[in-house]
Ligand binder design. Structure first.
Ligand code: NAD
Length: 694
């Protein structure tokens, strides 16, 4: 029996799944389990059964490489039924993480014991699914509807202690799990304890309002996602319908989700996130440098947040500024951020103190001499960056990684200010740096593979998703964003208003629209950027000076109480008639006759322009794969996960229709702005997708 072992210890049949690394419930495993339980049933010498997993964990769930393919029998549901219907008592013994189908299998056993370090969970919602093998029907029978909702709808793993309190785990054990499982099973047999099929239990009574309450509770955070709401429906059915009917509903909901574009997209993101960790041309055994201490230059918005990332990961960090007041301000903000977390209850005071003790504020560049990695986050000006890097060159120890957090500037030019361009790269964090999960690691033309491998690993160590990209104006994320921004401003002068554009993007699934995001980031940032680039802009872009006019009024966004929107003291935005007037006058002054701009046009121009730029980015090799572009947009800019990222989404829309739209906008907006990327053109013509272009 491949992957499943059957052994007998006295009267106990010991069934062990052995399918490394995570004991996924592949077809071979399911077949093995079916045979093993049949053997236990038919063997008169067997009095009880213990189900275990070999290796580092209990089964972590279905074999997701089988997703989307026809199911080979026996299905997991059938296997679980066979265990549940076993006339001899069955105990599952859990260690590591019993997740998804693995946990569902355990729920179908009659008893569960677990090591105190184990965790259980049903994370299917994260893949746009609900548990499909009885989890939504059996868990409420053991734990009650409310606890089950928390586990299933949130999808987060639960400690064994909590699981025991919920009534899901019967006993927490220490020491040898196999011995404990056999002893437990022996006791079951000796005490003639009958099987205890979970499906035969009644769901404990719950208040009927909890389902609606739960829906309200997740309405904001899970906006747009289908699966969490379907999960609530399934759990509700567990209390309202007989087991078999509840199972049927679960099945129907599961199948519909499995076939949905949302789950396809979410499963894609799951794989893409793992894919971006592998770098083409950078072998996994590339040596990495040891990072024990870090340095950050500049304690402004970004520097402070980046320094926090290091301290949060337990890495001591020296923060260097030019003036004492800037340093004090930076450190005060850091302290306030931590204090807010303590007040919210998400951080313990001792932990805050421990982290703060890792900061070494300084006005002396010389204090960076021992840092293994130094990240520069000073003003976005090439002259200053070069000066800083040349100074760093004379101070940093040999082998230290010298990284810039620049948003747009040329890493190669910065590297050339040093005698060691091989140690220079970009590490582009997103604001707020201590919160946002993305870091774009930028490979300069001379960056040594070792520093790239180290930075990728470091990204993970500080809790980020690191994507390796190439040098380009704005790298991947900001380069695409700049195109969307251009279209958004053109749409304003053609007839749209900021709130209309924002609503379209919000409804598409972005956490906020373009202009609300600009207000949050601070309009002065974009304004400075625009002024620096003015001579490289087209005549129309230069004349489209709405941003200049808003900034000239001192409206820098949320921080000044007004930008594109007006903000109340709680920072709630409202559309501002003054801005509407400003935009309408702008159109008149420019001689543009305002028209009704449709939501569809907004959606296409804002998104297709990014897809087209993404195609150029791929063709130039600035991103190695469409996965990289998608992950940048999901973790850096809040592109809706359930749409899979701009490139995946484009594939789903169809490249042919996107290409046609690009040609249409070329004719209406202008060839200067809308030229189909050659890659998009080729793929569209051949009926192919970004994801199958190889
Ligand atoms: P900021 O103005 O908030 O902070 C810059 C800090 O650098 C200031 O505190 C300043 O005193 C200090 N500084 C200036 N010159 C210095 C020098 N020679 N030595 C030491 N310190 C010096 O700016 P920011 O928003 O944190 O941006 C910093 C960098 O990060 C820029 O390159 C920017 O493009 C990039 N970035 C910004 C964002 C964002 O959203 N703000 C996002 C990603 C990247």
């Amino acid at each position: 029996m491949a992957h499943v072992n059957f052994a007998k210890q006295g009267k106990v049949a010991v069934i062990t799944i052995d399918n490394p690394p995570v004991n996924a419930l592949s077809h071979a495993v399911r077949e093995g389990l079916q045979k093993a339980i049949e053997q236990a049933v038919s063997d008169d010498a067997v009095g009880s059964v213990a189900l275990l997993c070999a290796g580092r964990t209990f089964s972590a769930g279905a074999d997701i490489t089988e997703f989307g393919k026809p199911i080979l029998l026996p299905s997991l549901r059938e296997v679980i039924d066979a265990f549940e219907n076993c006339p001899k008592p069955v105990v599952a013994a859990l260690h590591g993480t019993a997740l998804g189908g693995g946990f569902e299998l355990a729920l179908g056993c009659h008893y569960r014991i677990a090591l105190s370090s184990a965790k259980v969970g049903l994370p299917e919602v994260k893949l746009g699914l609900i548990p499909g093998a009885g989890g939504t029907q059996r868990l409420p029978r053991l734990a009650g509807a409310e606890a089950a909702l928390r586990v299933i709808v949130e999808g987060a793993p639960v400690s064994v202690e909590k699981a025991k309190a919920m009534g899901v785990v019967d006993e927490i054990v220490q020491g040898d799990l196999r011995e404990a499982a056999i002893a437990f099973a022996n006791r079951l047999a000796e005490d003639s304890r009958p099987p205890r099929p979970t499906s035969a239990l009644a769901v404990p009574a719950a208040k009927s309002e909890i389902f609606a309450e739960f829906e309200r509770g997740i309405a904001r955070k899970q906006r747009g996602f289908l699966a969490p709401f379907r999960a609530i429906e399934a759990v509700r059915a567990a209390g309202e319908k007989p087991f078999a009917e509840g199972m049927k509903l679960e099945r129907d909901l599961f199948v519909a989700l499995m076939d949905s574009p949302q789950s396809r997209a979410q499963r894609h993101v799951f794989f893409a996130e793992r894919e971006v960790a592998k770098i083409p041309g950078l072998p996994p055994d590339t040596p990495v440098r040891e990072i024990k201490t870090a340095g950050v230059i500049g304690a402004g918005t970004m520097g402070g947040g980046i320094a926090m990332c290091f301290a949060n990961a337990g890495i001591p960090v020296t923060v260097v500024e030019t003036a004492q007041d800037a340093l004090d301000r930076g450190l005060a903000t850091i302290r306030k951020n931590y204090a807010n977390s303590v007040a919210r209850g998400s951080l313990k005071q001792e932990e805050m103190d421990r982290r703060l003790a890792l900061f070494k504020p300084s006005l002396d560049f010389g204090d960076l001499a021992h840092a293994d990695v130094i990240i520069e986050a000073v003003f976005e000006e090439m002259g200053i960056k070069k000066e800083v890097f040349s100074k760093l060159d004379s101070i940093a120890k040999p082998g230290a990684i010298l990284a810039s957090n620049t948003s747009y500037l040329d890493i190669d030019e910065i590297a050339a200010a040093t005698q060691r361009p091989r140690d220079v790269m970009g590490m582009h964090f997103f604001s707020p740096a201590n919160v946002m999960k993305l870091v774009e690691n930028v490979r300069g033309k001379e960056s040594h593979p070792e520093i790239l491998a180290t930075a990728q690993k470091l990204g993970k160590q500080i809790g980020k998703v690191a994507v390796l990209v190439g040098v380009s104006d704005g790298f991947v994320g900001n380069r695409m964003l700049a195109k969307r921004m251009r279209e958004a401003f053109f749409l304003l002068e053609e007839g749209a208003l900021p709130w209309q554009i924002d609503k379209v993007l919000y409804d598409f699934g972005f956490p906020m629209g373009h202009f609300a995001m600009a207000d949050l980031a601070g309009l002065d940032v974009g304004w400075r950027n625009r002024k620096a680039k003015l001579d490289r802009l087209s005549a129309r872009e230069r004349d489209c000076d709405i941003l200049d006019r808003i900034c000239e009024m001192g409206r820098y966004g949320q921080k000044t109480g007004a930008g594109f929107y007006r903000y109340d003291e709680k920072r709630n935005p409202s559309p501002d008639p003054l801005i509407e007037k400003l935009i309408i006058e702008h159109s008149a002054r420019r001689g543009i006759k305002r028209r009704d701009v449709s939501d569809q046009e907004i959606l296409e121009r804002c998104n297709y322009v990014m897809v087209n730029e993404g195609a150029k980015i791929l063709e130039e090799g600035v991103a190695a794969r469409p996965h990289d572009v998608d992950i940048v947009w999901i973790y850096g800019y809040g592109f809706p996960v359930y749409r899979g990222g701009p490139m995946f989404w484009a594939d789903e829309v169809g490249l042919k229709s996107i290409h046609e739209a690009v040609l249409r906008y070329r004719d209406t907006v202008g060839a200067e702005y809308w030229q189909p990327a050659p890659l998009l053109e080729r793929l569209a013509k051949d009926g192919r997708r970004f994801y199958t272009r190889a």
